[in-house]
Every structure is written in structure tokens, then in C-alpha cells.
Design a protein around this ligand. Sequence first.
Ligand SMILES: [Zn+2]
Length: 265
Amino acid sequence: MSIGIVSRFPEHLGHFTPAYYEVKGVTGVWRDAPTGAIPMVSIFGDNRLGERHPEWLQVGPDGEPANRHSRYFDWDALCPSHADTFERGLEWVRKAHQQGGDSPVRLDDVTFARENFCQCQRCKANAGAKGQPWDGYRVGRLLEFVEAAHRITPHLELTLFPDPFPGHLTRRFGLDIQRLSPYIETFVVPIYDLHYATTYWLEVLAGAFQEIMPKRWLIELYGLKVPEDALFKACQVASFYADGILVAYDNQLPKLLRIRERLGA
Ligand SMILES: [Zn+2]
């Protein structure tokens, strides 16, 4: 069992293995990875590009754009069918790989925004041109991206939306974890809460993911301002099911070190 961190504080990273650093998040800003950290890159989540190029946004069934001003989303989701978003995503993987050296590269937001997205003209036309049903096309397009990223570095990690209900990852988000598995070393499932006052639901999700996971996987818990005992309990529960746990965005290093000590990790 390992406990790692996702941190914005370079000085915390050296205390944990694995230690992740977000080189590019959904704001679209790039920050170089500190030495030894695993770079995380948001691929199709990008507010800056979404604003500059609204024509690149994913589109819902009613023509609703997948941006943070609409009812469902906290950030802008770019359409993977667009050659520019696809190529930029690969450029970021290249840059992250160059900066990370031997470290893996973690891919965030390689996903369709939710069920029924994306229905832009390009997605429909591409599916038609390939003679594929639209939902099969979505799965194939994301697989194509991950295959291309795998040619840049074979050491890839992939973040998944925490929905283990049978068929949901494929149907809602276009992610077929069985087909993606040959290209991915580690899957990461963020299961966030601001308090973890109860953990039964965390256990339900963790247990369900354990049943469907084809390979090594980590649960990522949210740490910032979560009471220490509650976070410790959540770590205990998660560690029973996953191959490792990560605590994300906590700014209290002594708290993280004490939790690791208590876990015996
Ligand atoms: Zn599209």
C-alpha cells in the first residue's frame, strides 16, 4: 500500500511517492513540473481554449455547448474530434513527457463531457464517414488519442470519472477501460468529498471499481480542509480496495505525514 499526493506545493512533493503535479489544469495555464513529480495534463478540459475557440467546444443534444456557463459543467470541454484539439493534446503529452523524464504522464479529461455529448457536426460526420454508430465512434476516438499518446511514452496513467455502474464509463464518457487497458499503466479514480463525514458511499464506489478494474488503480481523495480524522478514515477505507491512495490539494504537510504514519504506509 502506498500513499501519494497531488500537490501545488513543490516542497511537499519530495516527501511522497508517487507525487503528482498539475502541469496543465482546466484553466489552460502551463506550469513546469518540478523534478521527480509525475506531470498531470488536462487534455480536453481547457477554459482558455474554450473561450478563444467556442467552435471547438463539445456540443449537447440540444446544441448546448459544454462550457462552464452551462448547467452541467465546471469547466470547458473541447471536442476530441477536432484535429486542433487532438494535436494540441498530443503536444502537451510530449512536453509533459520531456519534463517528466522517466516519470509516467497522467492524462486528465480524456473524455466526453457526459452522456449525449458530443453531437457537433464533426463528430456526426466522422462517425458517418467511418460507418460507425455514434457511440462506437466516441469510444474509438478516445482510444485513438490514448494510442497516439502511448507512442510518445508507454508510461501513461488515466483519470476516470467515479462512475463504476456497469456500462456507464463507456456510454456516458466514451471510455472502454478494457480496450484502454493495454495502453495504460495505472488508472486513477478521484472520489472527492469536502468532509468525508461518512464513508459508506466511498466504500460502495471503491468496491465496485475493484470489481471492474483490469489493472493497477489508485483512489484519489480530496484533502484540503478535510478534518484529519475523517481523512484518515477515508484513506483506510479506500486503501482496502485500491492498489494505492492519493490525497489531493491538501496544504498541510504535517497532517499528511501523520496520516501516512497512522496508516503504516
Ligand atoms: Zn464533437
